[in-house]
Design a protein around this ligand. Sequence first.
Ligand code: SF4
Ligand code: ZN
Length: 318
Amino acid sequence: FMTIKCKKCSTPSIIYQPYSGLHLCEKHFFEDLERKAKLTLRQRYPIRKNDVIAVALSGGKDSSVALLLMHKIFGNRPDIKIIAVTIDEGIAGYRNESIERAKEMTARLGIEHIVRSFSDEYGKTMDAIASEKRLLENHLGDEKKELGACSYCGVLRKKILNKVARDIGATKLVIGHNLDDEAQTIMLNHFRGDVERMVRFSAASELNGFIVRAKPLRKIPEKEVALYAYLHDLPMELTSCPHSFGALRKEVRRMLNGFEVNHPGTKYSLVRGFDNMVPLLASGLAVSDLQNCEICGEPCNDSVCQACKMLEKNVLQS
Ligand code: SF4
Ligand code: ZN
């Protein structure tokens, strides 16, 4: 058995990156990941003096790594404030555990932590919404079935996060999405023919009322985020969500992982290509006609925001 050495020093390596051809030791793996996260922040969402950074913390590996990185990079800056925000969707046997781990982590790092729930905000847990949705689906045609529980959960969570971030005066909202999440989302939107909405959202994020969503991990593969979390003793997903991901996303994930094995760097190219496309496409869109939702007053592209549409029409017919 021969130990493979780190490309940058002679210590035994702990990871091989097929897309870069590098074997790295623990120290140089940490350096590499942290450098990439900093570069992404600098290029896309530069942190400025007196920024208040809200970090969406689910208690899983990605958001925990994102929080730790923000703490490592900006924790010593007296002018910068970091606040963790956890949304309790109300998913029994799943979210309760991760909220406990989120609390432990923020206490250990000495970071202020805010927890808000779907129940407080919408009067319903995600469990209740998922079962109402299932009941409703039995009476609807196939075209209404395509929105999985995660689409509801995601839209409703995003809305609370943006609201809390704005309420606490945050100037950035850090999200733990990794390279795999980003590549899957881009592919999914292509498959659904929904690229316009995504471009609109990417371009609109800096407009009034939307807190800039910063994703420091969007160029880092999920495997590496998981290894970084593991080596730092950070929370990992122990159980999976009972509502789980939609079938289409699972298929896309499998496909992209297959491509990545045979053609290392595929996920990265997909994200980079999309980033290059956004400004070109956005210039042709009317992104400035932002309105306020007639029901909740939150900023949106329509007269009624997506969350209210979901709550009013599709799910809650009380
Ligand atoms: Fe929500 Fe889907 Fe995540 Fe479960 S897997 S917490 S339903 S987004
Ligand atoms: Zn090394």
